[in-house]
Design a binder for this molecule. Structure first.
Ligand SMILES: [Cu+2]
Length: 138
């Protein structure tokens, strides 16, 4: 028990250390959801805490979402099953869910170096073109 507690404290301290370090490099990516694309103001960020500001500016009066996947696949080459990308088969970092038409939402993610794909996974929306890539490089 004592040993487990000690390890937990060490892990906790390491996590805190990462948090404070990452806060120095806080970054924001602006994402605009359109009915046939997702537009970002940058496709490159540094590792650490990244806030994604998502605006649903699509002209089809539908709810959209932004799912963040970590994958080496190109953003237009994800698997599809019945009109949706099987998120459980990919490494899902998180998602900004259910953004009403004309509305914005934001969420922060802790991103490690790698290639990410951002998609809207409402049925049919990925195939309609709602996807883009984001690179996280030190
Ligand atoms: Cu959508």
């Amino acid at each position: 028990m004592r040993l487990a507690y000690g390890i937990a404290v060490l892990i906790g301290a390491a996590a805190l250390g990462m948090t404070s370090h990452a806060s120095y490099a806080q970054q924001t990516v602006k994402a605009i959801l359109l009915s046939t694309s997702i537009q970002l103001d940058t496709h490159n960020v540094k590792p650490g805490r990244v806030t994604i500001d998502v605006k649903n500016a699509a002209d089809n009066n539908m709810e959209h979402e932004l799912v963040v996947l970590k994958t080496d696949l190109a953003d237009d080459a994800l698997p599809l099953s019945k009109g949706q990308v099987p998120e459980q088969k990919l490494r899902k970092v998180g998602e900004v869910e259910d953004i009403a038409p004309g509305k914005s939402k934001h969420m922060s993610f802790r991103l490690t170096p790698g290639h990410y794909v951002l998609i809207c996974n409402k049925p049919g929306h990925y195939a309609a073109g709602m996807h883009t890539a984001l690179a996280v490089t030190p």
